[in-house]
Design a protein around this ligand. Sequence first.
Ligand SMILES: *Cc1c(COP(=O)(O)O)cnc(C)c1O
Length: 444
Amino acid sequence: MAHPAVLAPDPDPTTAELIAARPHLSMHAMDGLLMEGVPLNAVADLVGTPTWVLSAGSIRGRLLALRTAFADAGLPARVHYAVKANDHLAVLRIMAQGAAGADVVSGGELRRAQLGGVAPDHIVFSGVGKAEWELRLALEAGVGQINVESAEELEMLSGIAHGMGCIARVALRINPDVDAGTHAKITTGRADNKFGIAYGAATGLYAHAAGLPGIEPIGLALHIGSQILSMAPYRAAYSRTAELVQALRASGHAVRMVDCGGGLGIGYRDEPAASPAAFAGAIRATLGGMDLALAIEPGRWLVGSAGLLLTSVALVKSTGARRFVVLDAAMNDLLRPAMYEAWHGIVPVSAIDAVQPVAGADVVGPVCESGDTFARGRRLPPLARNARLAILDAGAYGSVMSSTYNARPLAAEVLVDGERWSVIRARQPIEALWAGETVPDWLG
Ligand SMILES: *Cc1c(COP(=O)(O)O)cnc(C)c1O
């Protein structure tokens, strides 16, 4: 039955188009949707749903593509993978094997990066509010660089490093005051965002840092936001950074490196993804030829499209003109649609479902919130209970943002590599939900 009234106006890409645009996915006439050489039905049969599935081959390919783009531009740049996008130890191992370093924003991420095999001097510690214990941990580990975001943090770090008898290599994270043109919740480089040091205050603070015990200023850092698809904001931000480098050098300060941040966007729907070649070009045009060591901190671009959330239909209900497809996955698993109004491709796992006529459906989770909606008016085939779907491009800011809201255990995670696959995180048993809780005796 068709529900023309609830179709999204602008036609979404079809299942075939979504799959064709993702080289690690294919539809097999018998086995259904494959990731690399692995049928997702086989994963769901053994592990159940909801389950995150990640392609190792895709991550390696993206890392290589990024490196190649910078090499082709004649721009040697270190890649520090932004761990917060997907902090699984197996992902960090793949990054370390690909000679990527890590950009971490907490003591927990720092330990994860080390456990994943990232060498400490390839670790950059970023973040707007690092705690004293986290700074200590970073200095004890001997991280390569600490990105300082305020005068207050600089004083604190100086005191700690001096007390420990070591020198912290510091980059000042500046706020270039440019609008990255992305979602308000993921823009970070405007003057009214909490991030970084005001552009006008950077020169003074750099000079101050140079005189502080325990501090060695080595350069500047910036990160203007996430899911950025246009090069214009990057160019604007890096131009302003280049001016600052010149001003600092003119005042006699050594500025050896610029950490260009991350934020490269991917194509979730049909928007063209940011091109690593264009990114390298924007950096070369603004900061090239300045005798600077350069680094980038991509997260989403490396892992976003590599992952999907495998889910089953719990039931289909119709109310008035709307068809609701209720999944066993929910906003507690994948928060992006609820939090950022993000669009994710949703495709059937069964080859038969994939060729049925489509009609509009609202795809929702079972959590008691209307925001628990993955898609509205999405063109989907008739779907029976237990039909399987894949929610695409869930490799970044997916499992890491999960919660156990509604006492829903954390989903399992699987890594695929060619024909091989393994469970890399067991589904959380429900007893684990309350394992750390105590009811005080005095409650009786
Ligand atoms: C989140 C973050 C990144 C990565 O952002 P992506 O959009 O995932 O590339 C890089 N650097 C810093 C400082 C961050 O906070």
